[in-house]
Design a protein around this ligand. Structure first.
Ligand code: MG
Ligand code: MG
Length: 266
């Protein structure tokens, strides 16, 4: 069942989503080679709690951490650990916040140090595919219109692999609500979008094969061919003419540009 939100409820989702964005923009300011993803997780947990909120992911379905941190061939749901981040790594940081009874959910993939042109292009195209998908999140369209736009741009136009096993989702009082929002599918298929439905759109795009497997930790999703994967996510409200993006990459991108340890030329 899809929960249609009131404007007041959407304002609360925006507040939670912007706290996610603020968290990720802090990460953009200090991320550098030599750190561990565990250090990022500790920061994320403290920053969210210091702002009077709860990390949505901690304990969700048994997930043991506050951030999903997925490095290189890890697609999503990566476990933070004590391995040092190296120049050339790409790090997807996915964060959820629960505040005032509502969740916000957003993710950003950072490139540390020097990365190849091939990886830089994967990031550019994946981020662009998110915004192209968001353009389709208007009342009267269907989830398949978002899905097809993302798939067409990433898979057909750029030859990347679109992950089939994981999808975007509605959210609000619950972290995952209906409808499902895949990144692949036919135009005109799927649930019809109504005004004030809130969804997380989150393309998970692989440099090589679309095929993935679960790591032995039971959570981390990895590409089968070991090639890199990118992930960007916004929480958005469906509106009549133009979707409202409730999270924001503005401060993240500004801090990414200011941080000399991050690649930001995309
Ligand atoms: Mg997320
Ligand atoms: Mg999500």
């Amino acid at each position: 069942m899809v929960h249609i939100k009131t404007n007041e409820e959407i304002a609360l989702v925006r507040e939670s989503s912007l706290l996610v964005s603020a968290t990720l923009s802090e990460v953009a300011s200090f991320l550098k080679p030599g750190m561990t993803t565990h250090q990022i997780d500790v920061f994320v947990d403290k920053f969210i709690r210091d702002h009077g909120a709860i990390p949505s992911f901690k304990g969700y379905g048994g997930f043991p951490f506050s951030a999903c941190i997925s490095v290189n061939d890890a697609v999503v749901h990566g476990f933070p650990n004590n391995q040092e981040i190296r120049s050339g790594d790409i790090i997807s940081v996915d964060v959820g916040v629960f505040k005032n009874g509502f969740h916000g959910d957003s993710a950003y993939t950072f490139a540390v140090g020097e990365i190849s042109a091939e990886i830089a292009k994967l990031l550019t195209v994946t981020r662009e595919s998110l915004y192209r998908g968001i353009e389709k999140a208007v009342a009267g369209n269907r989830t398949g219109d978002i899905a097809n736009t993302i798939q067409d741009y990433t898979e057909k136009q750029h030859g990347y692999g679109v992950v089939r096993e994981l999808v975007g989702h509605g959210l609000g009082r619950n972290l995952h609500e209906d409808p499902q929002v895949p990144n692949f599918g036919k135009k005109g298929s799927g649930a019809k979008l109504k005004e004030n439905t809130v969804i997380a759109i989150e393309p998970m795009i692989n440099l090589g094969t679309k095929d993935v497997f679960y790591d032995k930790d039971g959570w981390t999703v990895r590409t089968k061919d070991g090639k890199a994967s990118a992930h960007y996510e916004h929480t958005v409200a469906v509106k009549k003419n133009k979707a409202e993006i409730l999270s924001s990459f503005d401060a993240i991108m500004a801090n990414e540009k200011k941080n000399p340890e991050l690649f930001s030329d995309y």
